[in-house]
Design a protein around this ligand. Structure first.
Ligand code: FES
Length: 160
């Protein structure tokens, strides 16, 4: 997969190390992650050591260094969600999508991630799909959501 050009992001920000986080936010938005080549370009153009760019990109949860799928499913594994069965949700996605948390399906449709408490413990267990909170999740509900998303993707492909 080729990286979209990040030249417009760097426009007017060259030699401004203080812009590092904002520039990385824009790279994340445009590319969907922070590619290694983008880190090198940002380091060079902003005048920040590459190690520092890497450290910042690695430190903040908002940044991801690997490409993510079109649909990001985040399963909360905090205490309340764990007690109410988040392990079963993880087993569901592992079996259905053939991946481990932190991975992306080969067709790039799904990325599954785990987080520690999303701050909605009363509604546990919580899953977030592309930014939408889904409460009181069960393996069955999750299976249907994944099936529906897959079905929509197949329909998109056959309509094209
Ligand atoms: S533990 Fe899952 S929302 Fe708090």
């Amino acid at each position: 997969m080729s990286m979209p050009t990040i030249d417009p992001i760097l426009e007017g920000r060259r030699s401004q190390p203080g812009q590092l986080i904002e520039v990385l936010q824009d790279v994340q938005e445009i590319c969907g992650y922070i590619p290694a080549d983008a880190m090198k370009a940002v380091a060079k153009e902003l005048g920040v050591p590459l190690m520092e760019v890497y450290r910042v990109a690695n430190f903040y949860k908002a940044f991801t260094l690997k490409p993510r799928g079109k649909n990001v499913i985040t399963i909360c594994t905090g205490t309340a969600c764990h007690v109410r069965g988040s392990d079963l949700l993880i087993d569901q996605v592992k079996g259905q999508l053939q991946l481990e948390p932190g991975e992306t399906t080969k067709d790039g449709t799904f990325t599954v991630e785990c987080v520690n408490c999303l701050g909605a413990c009363a509604l546990a267990p919580i899953v977030v799909q592309n930014g939408s909170y889904l409460d009181h999740m069960t393996p069955g509900k999750l299976r249907r959501i994944i099936d529906k998303t897959r079905g929509a993707k197949r329909k998109e492909a056959s309509d094209a």
